[in-house]
Design a protein around this ligand. Structure first.
Ligand code: HEM
Length: 423
């Protein structure tokens, strides 16, 4: 994962001196970590001071230990000009690099511009620090070729074969207007307002070139990626993220795209699948504990598989009980999701809760996000099995499905995010 650093602002407060006491150039943010490989770095004393470098071999926000909050936004590009699109990516790169270090957007930020003009930075993250902010950009299939087949930016030939809209699955009950889009921005932070500020300022900078198609907030990360933290729970009350991709070699095997995967410009990048999965909490809450556990194939308390052991014990799908019945139901979520060696995915989703439906039931669930090298090989077979016969389906509704190519990281901010696609 990306190494956390003390931000300029964090360092100032850690040293106990005000910004006014420092020359503008006297402190720079900590040097960029080049590799975003998972590690066991400890975090600074307060989460607000945590910063992750925007530069690196891979974009941050993938192998990064999941922060507490998500703001995910999908945009449609309104310009047809390749150079305008590249300008936008350059502008976003500079702004994202600043915000991830706890700095304001623009040369004059929120307060130091002309009083007769709207401030460059919207200001709601002043004093909040970077709070572990990561900003991850991705490209949807419609950026390469519009739904009418138009190659607006001369990049249709570069579209990775695995980047296309998801097929329809048997359990889908999709809502209009919350899938797809030309570009996605995933902002994660330990402070919800910092994540919102990041996306708000990036969409503001896109005025005239791109508009927001849909967005999604999330909280309480459903998987941790940090070995030293307890596995978080989803809104069904179960530990989520136990059997996740975690080690460096797993990331190389299952997450980071290689030159042999098809699109050379994607080397070091990955593919993102997002699904809004509504959870029918009222029905779930009336199920007895035994049934809840059978549905997942794990115990609710410790997360251990029903075949025995502890949370980290591998499930034994062949184990039978005294009655000769399988201890883990063959239609349990973990039996059907278990991919075997070939098709593991990195899950990095967030819970969401958006008030109530008109009938008073909760509008809540999981904004499932997963990263992988190949959507066809890794995600689709797994999702098919789950859609067809997952015991969990009675309690969930699949509301959206989106795919994005997440380009590799940039080595310096003289480059721009996605530059390998256009060079
Ligand atoms: C509301 C939706 C979902 C909920 C509440 C949910 C919950 C869970 C839980 C509690 C576990 C067991 C603990 C763990 O290993 O993390 C799990 C495992 C898993 N889930 Fe889900 N999940 C959901 C949707 C999905 C979807 C859409 C996919 C992929 C298509 C998926 C793929 C997996 C995988 C690969 C595992 C690990 C299986 C293994 O190797 O043991 N899940 N999920």
């Amino acid at each position: 994962m990306n190494s956390p650093h003390l931000s300029r602002r964090g360092l100032i407060s850690a040293l106990g001196i005000g910004a006014a006491g420092l020359g503008a150039a006297s402190l720079t943010s900590a040097p960029a970590a080049l590799a975003a490989s998972p590690s066991r770095n400890s975090r600074p004393a307060t989460p607000r001071q945590t910063t992750y470098s925007f530069t690196g071999e891979h974009q941050a926000g993938i192998a990064t230990a999941a922060q507490e909050n998500l703001r995910f936004t999908s945009l449609n590009v309104t310009t047809n000009s390749r150079s305008d699109l590249i300008d936008l990516l350059r502008t976003w790169t500079v702004a994202a690099a600043a915000m991830t270090q706890g700095r304001e957007v623009g040369a004059t930020g929120a307060l130091n511009g002309s009083p007769d003009r709207a401030p460059e930075d919207t200001g709601e993250a002043l004093d909040l620090g970077a709070a572990g902010l990561t900003i991850t950009f991705g490209f949807g299939s419609t950026l390469f070729r519009t739904t009418q087949g138009q190659d607006r930016f001369g990049i249709a030939g570069q579209q990775p074969a695995t980047l296309k809209p998801l097929p329809t699955f048997s359990a889908d009950e999709l809502q209009d207007g919350i899938s797809g889009g030309d570009i996605c921005i995933q902002a994660c932070s330990d402070d919800a307002q910092v994540a919102l500020h990041a996306v708000r300022n990036l969409t503001r900078l896109a005025e005239g070139a791109a508009t927001v198609a849909w967005s999604q907030s999330g909280f309480g990360r459903s998987s941790t990626l940090a070995r030293d933290r307890k596995t978080p729970r989803n809104l069904f009350g179960f530990k989520d993220g136990t059997a996740n991709v975690r080690s460096n070699s797993d990331f190389d095997d299952f997450v980071w795209a290689t030159p042999g995967d098809g699109a050379a410009w994607m080397t070091g990048g990955t593919y993102l699948v997002a699904r809004k999965v509504e959870m029918i909490l009222e029905t779930w809450d009336n199920e007895d504990l035994t049934e809840q556990q059978e549905i997942f194939g794990r115990t609710k308390g410790t997360g251990a598989p029903l075949s025995g052991g502890n949370e980290r014990t591998r499930p034994n799908f062949r184990a039978t009980g005294a009655n000769g019945e399988p201890m883990i139901d063959p239609h349990s979520h973990i039996t059907l999701a278990a991919p075997g060696r070939a098709g593991r995915i990195l899950r990095r989703g967030y819970n969401y809760a958006e008030g109530t439906h008109p009938d008073g039931t909760q509008d809540a669930g999981l904004f499932f996000i997963a990263f992988m090298r190949d959507i066809d090989r890794q995600f689709i077979p797994m999702q098919r099995r789950l859609a067809d016969s997952d015991l969990m389906n009675e309690y969930v509704r699949y509301r959206s499905g989106s795919t994005f190519a997440i380009p590799p990281g940039i080595r310096t901010t003289r480059q721009y995010v996605g530059h390998t696609l256009f060079s």
